[in-house]
Design a protein around this ligand. Structure first.
Ligand code: ADP
Ligand code: MG
Length: 341
């Protein structure tokens, strides 16, 4: 059974300028123990997608539009009550965020905060609870955990704080971990260590992982599959190796260009001109067309569907069969059927 099956997810927020259609028809599949990376620039809708899964969009679960479906192990989460959502959060699905300092309370020790998660999600109390805190802190690579648990968050480095957040997320033994830009606030060396920790933990515990980042390089390192999000929509998805080997959407190619320019810090090249538009006013036609260097007239007026690539790319050995339909893209350049190209 699939762990997470999202269909036509739309999360719209009432904002001063109108309605922000921040998540606007997203499909996403994640198998048990699988890893999916969600990538897109800031403003693409990544965080709202993650918060919607937990029933936590700003303004509450009612911001998720009727007809949206989020199935967790077959159970529909859209419209499920708050009581069930609270059980799901932490116990079934846990989330870690970009900035661990804002999620940790500065006036409590690290140990107290991990202890609270343990208390919330397990029946371990007293001495057993404390031992579990030490075990969790050790599990995420904090040296000398029984001493360090008495420290306060500000006594930890950014990387160590993110390890604490991961320990808190693991307290409920979740089957799905959602990590939203977990390394964006960290420097490059620490980023690699935290990504290794996330990947190693995911594999060892057999958790599903939804890793969100604006950086294609980050998600590609860890995830088997990629979902490229632009303007609240999926524009491309598929196995990571295939997407990287032959990106089908000009936006994906743009993100790959950003990646190259980041590796070469001497260039301040911006391969995708302009910015993600406001979610209150997505462009008509293909939402990417105003920024696209490969636009054709049709892109301005009609939005292409997200379609399976019917013919396998020649560089994948021409294999067609069970994997057909796994790889999808939303672009007129691929033709009416989406195939070939
Ligand atoms: N709390 C909020 N209130 C109003 N608009 C929001 C809020 N959060 C996000 N948005 C809007 O929704 C869109 C998607 O935001 P977000 O999901 O945070 O994107 P990402 O995580 O990809 O950067 C943006 O246009 C943003 O301005
Ligand atoms: Mg975000």
């Amino acid at each position: 059974m699939s762990l997470l099956e999202i269909r036509n997810l739309r999360t719209h927020l009432a904002v001063p300028g109108g309605i922000a259609r921040a998540v606007d028809g997203v499909d996403l599949d994640l198998g048990e123990g699988g890893t999916v990376g969600v990538v897109g620039e800031s403003g693409s809708g990544k965080t709202l997608l993650a918060l919607s899964i937990l029933g936590l969009p700003p303004g509450g679960p009612d911001q998720i539009i009727d007809g949206s479906s989020i199935r967790y192990r077959g159970e529909e989460l859209v419209g499920v009550g708050n009581k069930r959502l609270r059980e799901i959060r932490g116990g079934e699905i846990a989330m870690i965020f970009q900035e661990p300092m804002t999620s940790l309370n500065p006036v409590f020790t690290v140990g107290d905060q991990v202890r609270e998660s343990v208390g919330l999600h397990t029946s371990l109390r007293g001495r057993a609870g404390k031992e579990e805190v030490v075990r969790l802190l050790g599990e995420v690579g904090i040296p000398d955990p029984s001493a360090r648990m008495r420290d306060y968050p500000h006594q930890f480095s950014g990387g160590m704080r993110q390890r604490v957040m991961i320990a808190m997320a693991l307290a409920g033994k979740p089957s799905l971990l959602i990590a939203d830009e977990p390394t964006t606030a960290l420097d490059v060396t620490i980023e690699a260590q935290i990504l290794d920790l996330i990947k190693e933990t995911q594999t060892r515990l057999g958790m599903g992982l939804l890793l969100i980042s604006h950086d294609l390089r980050t998600v590609s390192k860890v995830c088997e599959r990629l979902v490229v999000l632009y303007a609240g929509r999926v524009v491309e998805s598929g196995p990571t190796a295939e997407v990287l080997a032959s990106p089908k959407h000009p936006y994906t190619r743009g993100l790959m260009g950003s990646r190259l320019s980041m590796d070469d810090r001497r260039k301040s090249l911006r391969p995708i001109p302009g910015e993600v538009p406001e979610a209150t006013s997505w462009p008509r036609g293909c939402r990417f067309h105003p920024r696209c260097g490969e636009m054709i007239p049709r892109c301005r007026t009609r939005e292409p569907d997200l379609l399976p690539l019917e013919a396998a790319a020649p560089d994948s050995g021409g294999a067609v069969g069970p994997t057909t339909g796994v790889r999808k893209a939303r672009c007129w350049l691929l033709g009416e059927t989406g195939g070939g190209a």
